[in-house]
Design a protein around this ligand. Structure first.
Ligand code: ACK
Length: 878
């Protein structure tokens, strides 16, 4: 079926004709710039490209004098296939060109890209009567290559194709060819393959190339999860949920998922993998920590050098061992240096009795940190194998239960946040002999002895009674503690003993009236620390200022400038960061408040919460260093990109914010100032909750206004109960989240526009709510209204919001129903129960009723003088 065209040389002029006007222009076409084959995008998989088939294409054309193949070569003498037909002078043309069978390789939607030239009928002398300027494209599905002989009427029409550009004799003269490119898609396909057919009904046409392809979301590693090549769905709006698998040496908390769009783009990543302990992320893989480095948990970002005075000779270490004579408490984090505080040098004896010795000592000169407690180790001289350890928070203690006239050895050591120091040298003290104790009170000894004996007997009787009758009724622990009172010496002579520990001296953290149990992660209010410096160093890493390069100022914070820059920690790659600085001349309170944010942020570890890298407190300026978010704050970003995102992208942003808020509420943290201005967004459109100042709501936020009760509150974002009686809870954060939803869907519009704060408070109290933003999916608006329920217990919880948004993302067609444009009022609040306008006789009366009487004149001036006219205020009319 090779055509009659001759081979074209590099100059491209060696073509000859076949009795029709076609060959010359076909030749011009092929020898020109059109041979530059475009590489297909990586998300397209080509099933057939007629330009790259070297041998016979195997296509069939009939009748005989219809389509003919022109065998051409490109400038490299590679053959190219093109088909032409030009029976413009003859009546009743019906010329078919059938491709060979094309496997669809499992795709259910395929795309057909046609490149062709078409001659302008007007430019053909005498051809006007019969000449056409279109041709038809068909397909026929078949599981194998045997289905070719089907009848024409079994082919299904894809489309009639017309040229955007046809050419004339003049163009031929100029050798300018006008190539048309048309793409059509077909689906859903249900069989293994198909044929294409091109029907000419009397046009002058050259089909230069046919490319058939399908789209896929190409395999990608995102958040350390591998997402495989995924063929897009059959429906042009379908999103396929795809699960990712964690790369080697990584683990996950929340299984990673992404969504493959019909266009072959990956959207809305959810969940992530993290390199497991002993491995760190490098170039989307998990690399082993080298000897000398460790990573304690999947949550730690990267391998860290062993802290001072510790080491590891192994790869993949999860902690480092302390060097000899250096210590770290078992409960200390592995990031802590092993230390040996400067030992206590002076221990003095105080009152000495026959059974007790009082001791006092001085705090070490240079303790490396705040001393949390002291350990006092003692034993009878020459009996070191049996010793006792007691603890004290003070620098004095009375050790009792000793033998009279005996020499005891005492050693004391201090514990700081860095661990235990070494014991002091040994101090020797002797208890008094029995005779010394019997002094002026001798006369009372018999009385005391009798009382004690009677007391002990009585106690023993009571205990015996309780133990025999109801040990387990009261709990054995209780009974055994009674036993300990009766026989105190039992608890003191068993080597290491913690019995003297004063439970009051142990620091306990309470959260909402409950003791913070180990393993349950809850937020600890830095205010519970007497020393705010201790809090900041417990939760934030100290960074040396020399590791930070400040590049430029990006904004102003309450305490000083906000800059962007780079952080280069020893042994790690440099990466971009944001740096908040504390301005010079700060007061102690300002420093405390400024670092308070780091103490809070440092407790969080979640992909939708801004990540704290560390703080600089040992040099000036004092700084807080966080991850860098390329797109800055969400409200500004949305205003700048008004209307630029798909609904799914907006829902993806909202899902991220809800997920971050779920984490905060699970931790027991109430944000109080959730608003789009306090969300940061990075270059992947991942949103992260930020702004965790201690007094932020009162001081920092320019939106915050004083309420009648004196508190300063961002009125438009705050739930009524929080405004009225400061009831800030996760449920009031949910209200604010609803406002953030509204801000996001309306691309950064100001909630309640230019209404005054007082009007907003009144209107919300009366039951009015923000109207749906323009083009808002009904499901999202309903969720906003749910967040704005007056009864805070009826509002959804953050975990429910996350699940609901996930459902919408999985099923994007549920987002297609928009809030009815005619029922959507713009720039007017909406009363939800009962519907506002019907009950009022005039616009003025209605506005008065909703406490907006002052706007009556504006309504009148704009022609909204009747309730009917107000009811007509629709999207379109605005
Ligand atoms: O809207 P923006 O560019 O984003 O302007 C403000 C400014 O600093 C004052 O807060 C920007 N900003 C704050 N934190 C970060 C961060 N972690 N990454 C990038 N920009 C930030 C914020």
């Amino acid at each position: 079926m090779r055509g009659s065209g001759a081979r074209a040389g590099a100059a491209g002029l060696g073509c000859s004709g076949g009795g029709s006007p076609a060959p010359l222009w076909t030749c011009l076409l092929l020898c020109g710039a059109l041979r530059s084959l475009l590489a297909s995008p990586s998300n397209e998989v080509t099933l057939l490209d007629s330009r790259t088939v070297l041998g016979d294409l195997g296509w069939r054309a009939y009748p005989k004098n219809g389509w003919e193949e022109i065998g051409e070569v490109d400038e490299n003498y590679a053959p190219i296939h093109t088909y032409q037909v030009c029976k413009v002078m003859e009546q009743n043309q019906n010329n078919w060109l059938l491709t060979s069978w094309i496997s669809n390789e499992g795709a259910s939607r395929i795309f057909i890209e046609l490149k062709f030239t078409l001659r302008d009928c007007n430019s053909l002398p005498g051809g006007l009567g019969t000449c056409k300027e279109t041709f038809n494209v068909y397909y026929f599905e078949s599981d194998d290559a045997d289905g070719r002989n089907v009848k024409e009427n079994q082919y299904i029409k894809i489309d009639t194709i017309a040229a955007d550009e046809s050419f004339t004799e003049l163009d031929l003269g100029d050798r300018v060819m006008k190539l048309n490119t048309e793409v059509r898609d077909v689906g859903p396909l249900t069989k293994k393959g198909f044929y294409l057919a091109f029907q000419d009904v009397g046009a002058c046409i050259a089909l230069v190339s046919v490319r058939v392809y399908y789209k896929k979301c190409p395999s990608v590693i995102r958040n350390l999860a591998l997402f495989p090549d995924t063929i897009t769905g059959a429906d042009s709006s379908q999103l396929l949920e795809v699960s990712g698998s964690c790369v080697n040496h990584s683990v996950t908390d929340e299984p990673p998922k992404m969504h493959c769009s019909a266009e072959g783009e990956w959207l809305v990543p959810i969940g992530k993998c993290m390199c497991k302990a002993g491995y760190e992320e490098k170039n989307s893989t998990c690399q082993v920590c080298r000897p000398g480095f460790f990573k304690a948990s999947p949550q730690s970002p990267s391998c860290s050098k062993c802290p001072p005075h510790s080491y590891t000779h192994e790869e993949a270490s999860t902690s480092c061992l302390c060097e000899e004579h250096y210590f770290r408490r078992e409960s200390d984090p592995p990031t802590m240096a092993c230390t040996t505080p400067s030992p206590i040098s002076i221990v003095k004896k105080g009152k000495i009795a026959k059974n007790s010795i009082s001791l006092s000592w001085q705090e070490p000169d240079r303790p490396n940190g705040i001393i949390l407690e002291y350990e006092i180790k003692y034993f009878e001289k020459d009996q070191e194998t049996s010793y006792t350890i007691i603890k004290s928070k003070e620098t004095k203690i009375t050790v009792d239960g000793l033998k009279p006239a005996s020499t005891y050895i005492f050693q004391i050591r201090a514990r700081t946040a860095a661990g235990y120091g070494g014991f002091s040298r040994r101090f020797e003290f002797e208890t008094s002999p029995v005779s010394v104790a019997a002094s002026s009170d001798q006369s009372q000894i018999p009385i005391i002895a009798v009382s004690v004996t009677v007391g002990v007997i009585l106690l023993a009787v009571v205990i015996g009674f309780l133990l025999s009758g109801s040990c387990c009724d009261h709990g054995c622990g209780w009974a055994s503690s009674l036993r300990a009172v009766a026989y105190p010496s039992l608890i003191w002579r068993c080597g290491y003993s913690k019995a003297k520990q004063d439970p009051e001296e142990e620091k306990m953290h309470f959260h909402n009236g409950h003791i913070k149990l180990p393993g349950v992660r809850t937020y600890i209010d830095p205010h519970t620390y007497e020393d705010p410096n201790q809090a900041v160093h417990e939760f934030a890493k100290e960074i040396e200022a020399s590791c930070i390069t400040i590049e430029r100022v990006i904004g102003a914070g309450e305490f000083g400038e906000v800059c962007s820059g780079r952080l280069k920690l020893p042994g790690k790659r440099e990466f971009p960061v944001a740096i908040k600085t504390l301005k010079v001349g700060y007061t102690e309170k300002q420093r405390r408040d400024f670092l308070g944010e780091a103490s809070i942020m440092g407790q969080f570890d979640h992909p939708n919460i801004i990540h704290l890298e560390g703080v600089v407190t040992k040099s000036k300026p004092v700084m807080i260093v966080t991850e860098y978010m390329e797109n800055g704050s969400l409200d500004t970003f949305l205003k700048k990109n008004d209307g630029q995102f798909t609904v799914i992208q907006l829902v993806g942003m909202l899902r991220g914010i809800a997920s971050g808020m779920k984490y905060l509420s699970d931790m027991g943290y109430v944000h109080r100032d959730l608003a789009a201005r306090n969300i940061l967004i990075n270059s992947n459109l991942v949103c992260k909750v930020s702004d965790f100042g201690l007094s932020r709501v009162l001081e920092d936020d320019p939106e915050a206004a004083y309420t009648t009760r004196g508190g300063k509150i961002p009125i438009r974002w705050t739930a009524p109960e929080a405004i009225a009686f400061r009831k800030f809870t996760s449920a009031s954060d949910v209200w604010s989240y609803g406002i953030v939803m509204w801000e996001v869907v309306s691309y950064g519009e100001r909630p309640y526009w230019e209404m005054t704060n007082q009007d907003v408070i009144k209107a919300v109290e009366e039951g009015y709510r923000l109207p749906s933003p323009m083009d808002c999916p009904a499901a999202l608006y309903q969720l906003m209204l749910d967040c704005w329920q007056k009864d805070r217990n009826s509002r959804p919880k953050f975990d429910e919001i996350v699940s609901m948004l996930d459902k919408l993302i999985r099923n994007p067609s549920s987002l297609k129903t928009l809030v009815n444009a005619s029922s959507r009022v713009s720039n007017l609040l909406v009363e939800h129960s009962p519907l506002g306008s019907g009950a009022y006789r005039s616009v003025g009366e209605w506005l008065e009723a909703i406490k907006m009487g002052r706007y009556t004149e504006i309504f009148m001036e704009n022609g909204y003088s009747t309730m009917d006219a107000v009811a007509q205020v629709t999207l379109e009319s605005c």
